[in-house]
Design a protein around this ligand. Structure first.
Ligand code: PEP
Ligand code: MN
Length: 264
């Protein structure tokens, strides 16, 4: 895979005057919750509405997502608000359903990026799609694994590609849930300056009071966008409760961020 200006065409074509914003709950919980958050995000900088339908939980026994019914709720989001939609896919069956229900942007989660077999299965299922496909970094700080996943998708004739930086697992005790290791993202940007890179401050932070600072650091490093988990009642969210922000807080964060996008 070679760097080329074509890589960012899908993003440039959006002609945004601010970073790309993907927001919505960690998980789709109920139809009412999905629609309520979406309506509150409707007239904001948010372009893509995210909601996890199939949730990769670290330990079994936790809420594992509502499954395919959530795709119907995302269709309603599109009809009622005009927001484009986004969800995580982790195998061929997910891809087939997400394409059938016309989800606009699919992302590969950190636990899937670590597995070349899964990434290849997803790439094969997506072959030639014109949907936007974003690859989260693998849970471990391994740039080759991250790039390898992007290359598998690129080889499957997928043109609208990008990456999401969501931080890395560590045994160290730090203030972050997943340490950012910004140098890895910078190395990726240096190798592929035209590959859109979105920051996910929610999964890096693990707590809502760090979201602003992580987002600002990402924008200072010339990231192209942010994916921020947003929920109307964060404390009672069915997953990732401590890191989600309200739609109101998201709007304030976007207002307060210094946007220093370099243009050249
Ligand atoms: C998510 O976006 O809710 C998620 C599960 O993310 P990650 O793959 O980064 O853990
Ligand atoms: Mn989450």
């Amino acid at each position: 895979m070679e760097n080329s200006k074509e890589m960012r065409k899908w993003l440039d074509d959006m002609k945004l005057d601010h970073p790309l914003v993907i927001a919505g709950p960690c998980s789709a919980e109920t139809e009412e919750q999905v629609l309520k958050v979406a309506h509150e995000l409707k007239d904001t900088d948010v372009s893509y509405y995210r909601a996890g339908i199939w949730k990769p939980r670290t330990r079994p026994g936790n809420f594992e997502g509502v499954g395919a019914i959530g795709l119907k709720w995302l269709q309603k989001v599109k009809e009622e608000t005009g927001l484009k939609t986004a969800t995580e896919v982790a195998n061929r069956a997910h891809v087939d359903l997400a394409l059938e229900y016309d989800v606009d942007l699919l992302w590969i989660g950190a636990r899937s990026t670590v597995s070349p077999f899964i990434v290849q299965e997803i790439a094969d299922a997506l072959e030639g799609t014109d949907k936007i496909i974003l690859v989260k970094n693998p849970v471990n700080p391994d740039l080759s694994l991250w790039l390898g996943a992007v290359e598998r998708l690129s080889s499957a004739n997928i043109e609208k590609l990008g990456v999401i930086h969501r931080g890395f697992s560590t045994y160290e005790k730090t203030k972050y849930r997943n340490i950012p290791e910004w140098q890895l993202a910078i190395e990726l940007q240096t190798k592929f300056p035209d590959l859109p890179i979105i920051n996910d401050p929610s999964h890096i932070s693990g707590r809502r009071d760090l979201i602003f600072d992580v987002s600002q650091t990402a924008l200072d490093l010339n990231f192209d966008g942010l994916m921020i988990e947003t929920h109307c009642d964060p404390d009672n969210a069915w997953s990732d409760a401590s890191q989600q922000v309200t739609p109101e807080r998201l709007v304030q964060i976007m207002k307060d961020l210094q946007i220093r996008k370099e243009t050249n």
